[in-house]
Ligand binder design. Structure first.
Ligand code: ZN
Length: 141
């Protein structure tokens, strides 16, 4: 894969250095068979170092997941080899089915069919809490 020539796909840029792998996992990219490049510790004037993910396929991307990992991220959308949109991502207000509640006594632990849902309770510190038991979401999942 020539990582500079994406025909139809995405370049997820300005990922804070070290968060690329986590974003890769949360987006479920490991289960796709298209060309994907995760480039770590790229020099950036704005950020010092950053991670970049390039996806050479027109997949459905959950932008809430990207915003959760970092609202600094920009997503470049490429169609027919041309950059058609530079999308900035906002911190999502709610996260549904993205991260799981770790509280063993939470209702989502016993009721498996219940969707795990978190609400942004502190936008300054990016704190999310389970809507059922208010357990704080940990970044690690
Ligand atoms: Zn919970």
């Amino acid at each position: 894969m020539n990582i500079d020539s994406i025909t139809n796909g995405f370049v997820i840029d300005h990922i804070p250095a070290g968060s690329g792998m986590r974003l890769y996992e949360l987006l479920g990219l490991d289960s796709l068979d298209c060309s994907i490049a995760l480039i770590k510790n790229v020099g950036s004037r704005k950020m010092g170092k950053k991670d970049i993910i390039k996806i050479d396929a027109d997949i459905a991307i959950n932008f809430d997941i990207i915003g959760y990992v970092s609202p600094e991220v920009t997503v470049n959308i490429i169609r027919d080899g041309v950059l058609v949109e530079k999308k900035s991502i906002a911190l999502p207000k709610t996260l549904t089915g993205v991260i799981r509640c770790k509280n063993p006594r939470c209702i989502t632990s016993c009721e498996q069919e219940l969707e795990h849902e978190f609400k942004l309770t502190d936008p300054e510190r990016h704190v999310y809490r389970c809507i059922y038991c208010e357990t704080k979401a940990s970044y690690e999942g």
